[in-house]
Design a protein around this ligand. Structure first.
Ligand SMILES: NC(=O)c1ccc[n+]([C@@H]2O[C@H](COP(=O)([O-])OP(=O)(O)OC[C@H]3O[C@@H](n4cnc5c(N)ncnc54)[C@H](OP(=O)(O)O)[C@@H]3O)[C@@H](O)[C@H]2O)c1
Length: 390
């Protein structure tokens, strides 16, 4: 929310065997049936796939695991064993957990075969180069979890899958801008490494925008579920022409598994929602998650917002400078290829419930909710200043 709390700072890091099972022309799986997971009936596939997730214990991974197990697949994760999932812990215990380190120890991945690998923890180009090389003869498909950050700086108004990628960090940039460049370049070069090693016919690249939902460790989005639950006068920054984009982490996770099942190789931008939305429509829809009465205080004066340290409130990003087109990522291809979005009220309510579950410690909650600099606590005085100014 405050500029010094960089948006990127919150992104946490990260003898050949011939595969016996040939890829099926129509996809990796067929013959759907159904299975109950928790109280949910999920579609399942009769031929379970063996899927390796590099990462798997943080935000995106646990949701991929839950969905994949529900569809009859077998999951192996590869981590250092440090990060513990804050959701679906019991399911996580059921999967094979390989331990190693992408920096210097990939031994556990040697001489093993999988139908597909999902690279969630690709936080260095070398990491992706090394695992793609190691796994190319033992895995059929490589899905690299990239990011819309590959389009940084966002100075255009419609980024399609064919738009130019950022391939180097210009000289002289520093601070938050350098972090944005570093991340974008790393993701773009990692995509290239994936395709170079696995080939276009065995690579899937998915570029999510801000993912939101249960198990998010970045604390970028939690403001909204907490704030909307309380009702009253709610500060909403931005102008009606400021578009926003986001994607429920579960919609991303589940779609990735289906892309693998259907062997839908290719590169996909992955921002939701399907139809363009502004922050006021977002707040109005999201408010339906709680049975409290609230009203919106629209603050559309960027200078005033900056004076009060509000440069972004994800999914709203002040559309200035390099961020002018950050929410103008074309999503036509993703939706034409099976991406779906659950309702925003589900996202907000489930995130709220997760935040107050045992998966999150009171200390973590206090860090946000009791921080005197957090907008949750400064909002009332900012609204008062705004009213006085008007
Ligand atoms: N969050 C977003 O809004 C967003 C948006 C676009 C794209 N993405 C991308 O989505 C992907 C998944 O994000 P995420 O938040 O779920 O995961 P993440 O926090 O980026 O990655 C953490 C996972 O990687 C493992 N890991 C970290 N360092 C490792 C190492 N040296 N060796 C082996 N494993 C290591 C962690 O387990 P251990 O700590 O136990 O090793 C954990 O399972 C990332 O690539 C991210 O860039 C995220």
């Amino acid at each position: 929310m405050r500029k010094k709390e960089s948006r990127r700072r919150f992104i946490k890091f990260g003898a050949k065997i011939v595969v016996a099972t040939p890829l099926l022309a129509y996809g990796l799986s067929s013959c759907k049936n159904s299975k109950t997971v928790g109280n949910k009936i999920q579609e399942s596939t009769s031929r379970g796939l063996k899927i390796l997730i590099l990462g798997g214990s943080s935000f995106l991974g646990p949701h991929q695991i839950a969905y994949a197990l529900g569809r009859g697949h077998e999951i192996t994760t590869f981590t250092r064993g440090k990060t513990k999932p804050t959701i679906h812990q019991k399911l996580f215990e059921q999967v094979e957990q390989l331990i190693g380190d992408r920096n210097d120890n990939l031994t556990a991945l040697e001489n093993r075969k999988w139908d597909a690998v999902i690279d969630n923890s690709g936080h260095k180009v070398e990491w992706t180069r090394q695992t793609a090389e190691l796994l190319k003869d033992n895995c059929d498909l490589y899905l690299y979890t990239s990011s819309t950050g590959v389009f940084y700086p966002y100075i255009n108004s419609d980024f399609t899958e064919e738009s130019e990628l950022v391939l180097e960090v210009p000289a002289g940039v520093d601070g938050e801008m350098k972090m944005e460049y570093d991340y974008g370049v790393m993701k773009a070069l990692s995509e290239i490494e994936t395709i170079k090693t696995f080939g276009e016919d065995r690579s899937i690249i998915v570029r999510p925008t801000y993912m939101i939902g249960p198990a998010d460790r970045t604390n970028r989005f939690i403001h909204w579920p907490i704030r909307l639950s309380k009702g009253g006068e709610i500060l909403v920054p931005g102008k009606p022409e400021d578009k926003i984009q986001y994607l429920d982490v579960r919609d991303a996770a589940e779609w990735m598994i289906r892309l693998i099942e259907d062997k839908k190789v290719g590169t996909y931008n992955a921002p939701g929602p399907k139809e363009a939305q502004d922050i006021f429509q977002f707040v109005e829809e999201a408010s339906g998650s709680f049975d409290v009465s609230s009203s919106i205080v629209k603050i559309d004066d960027y200078d005033f917002l900056k004076d009060n340290g509000i440069y972004y409130l994800v999914p709203w990003i002040m559309p200035e400078g390099n961020n002018v087109g950050s929410s103008h990522i074309n999503n036509t291809k993703a939706f034409a290829n099976g991406l779906t979005c659950r309702s925003l009220t589900h996202t907000v309510r489930d995130t709220y419930n997760w935040w107050y579950s045992d998966g999150v410690s009171q200390e973590q909650r206090d860090k946000i909710e009791k921080d005197p600099k957090n907008l949750l606590l400064t909002e009332a005085s900012i609204i008062e200043k705004w009213k006085n100014k008007r």
